[in-house]
Design a protein around this ligand. Structure first.
Ligand code: SAM
Length: 341
């Protein structure tokens, strides 16, 4: 623990000792993989950028490696949110030894409203530099991806931690997911997630942590990704509308994008597909990974306009329409078979 400034109490046990003392075997069910190498923990925290006087929110601190690296910084305070109660005594040990305020909250981050954790004095106008708040976390992969989607929506709606300004995040993801998030146009990894992240945030892959650095070792490497919300989103429209258009456009990645776009509209209103492409000036023959952000913006603007004119269109779900058709066909078949008997 050389260089750790948590020295109010006798030297703290190392993370490995904490794991042993409190019998914190990783739970497979919670996809727990611990980062025990303090150099990597410090590197991750350094990549978050300047944390001086920041209120740092750490999600999934577990045995507390990243937590220690955060506490070594000149921060204002730390709030740690952990789901697994077994880690609370070890985290309390860190809180007791820390020379700054550290609060521990037990709970599931998916159900958590971050707004309740942040005092009003941290608030900055959206257009200003980011506020002195930073969210950091090494969460399980099955939590981090749905969580970032939820938080992108909060960013778009400026609520939760984003009621206080453009709060940045530094989070870990399975390397392949991290690649997709930062992937530019015309690349193999370009997908719905790339556009959803990049239209709202400046997104950058900071570094890759090899899987073998974790205990137990996951099958994949891990990417550390930093997100800073943009002052003006590249597509300034409601999150759900943008998400729906992009999901449909990327639906058949290898086909021309008009095929995905067609599923936005009922069979008897396919003239709206023509309108979508004509008015946006986007080629219906493009593949989704070739479409620029500006083109996505134009597609979303026209789709929004169509939805304003035809209020039922946004709720149209081609899968349930297809299911209904399949059920009708099946029922028809059964009636025919019955009649034949
Ligand atoms: N941050 C520690 C590290 O790097 O060694 C632990 C990482 S481990 C991959 C993920 C941590 O997130 C575990 O401590 C786990 O209990 C916690 N966790 C899992 N799901 C969570 C949730 N929904 N809300 C809050 N914490 C969660």
């Amino acid at each position: 623990m050389a260089g750790v400034r948590l020295t109010r109490l006798p030297p703290l046990p190392t993370i490995s000792e904490i794991i042993r003392i409190y019998r914190l075997q990783a739970k497979k069910k919670l996809s727990q993989n611990f980062l025990l190498d303090m150099n990597l923990n410090r590197k991750l925290v350094k990549k978050a950028g300047k944390l001086k006087d920041n209120l740092v929110i750490e999600v999934g601190p577990g045995p507390g490696g990243i937590t220690r690296a955060i506490l070594e910084k000149d921060i204002h305070s730390l709030v740690a949110i952990e789901k697994d109660r077994r880690f609370l005594p070890g985290l309390q040990l860190l809180a007791d030894a820390a020379d700054k305020e550290m609060r521990i909250t037990q709970g599931d981050i998916m159900d958590f409203n971050l707004e309740t954790l942040i005092p009003d004095e941290f608030k900055k106008p959206w257009e200003a530099n980011p506020p002195n708040i930073h969210i950091i976390g090494n969460l399980p992969f099955n939590v981090s991806t749905p969580l970032i989607i939820k938080w992108l929506q909060a960013i778009s709606e400026k609520n939760g931690a984003w009621k206080y300004g453009r709060t940045p995040l530094t989070l870990t993801f399975q390397k392949e997911v991290a690649d997709r998030m930062v992937s530019p146009i015309l690349t193999d990894h370009r997908c719905r997630l790339s556009v959803m992240c990049q239209h709202l945030c400046d997104v950058s892959l900071q570094f890759v942590i090899p899987g073998k650095a974790f205990t137990p070792q996951p099958k994949v490497d891990v990417g550390v990704v930093k997100f800073t919300p943009l002052i003006k989103p590249l597509i300034d429209l409601p999150f759900k509308l943008v998400e729906k258009l992009i999901r449909h456009i990327f639906q058949y990645r290898q086909k021309k994008c008009k095929h995905g776009a067609a599923t936005l509209f009922p069979m008897n209103q396919q003239d709206l597909v023509t309108e979508l492409f004509d008015r946006s000036g986007v080629s219906p023959d493009s593949r989704s990974f070739m479409i620029t952000m500006e083109e996505f913006n134009r597609l979303c603007q026209v789709y929004n306009d169509i939805c304003d004119r035809h209020p039922d269109i946004f709720m149209y779900n081609f899968r349930s329409a297809e299911n209904a058709k399949a059920i009708r066909q099946k029922n028809h078949l059964q009636v025919v078979q019955f009649e034949k008997q």
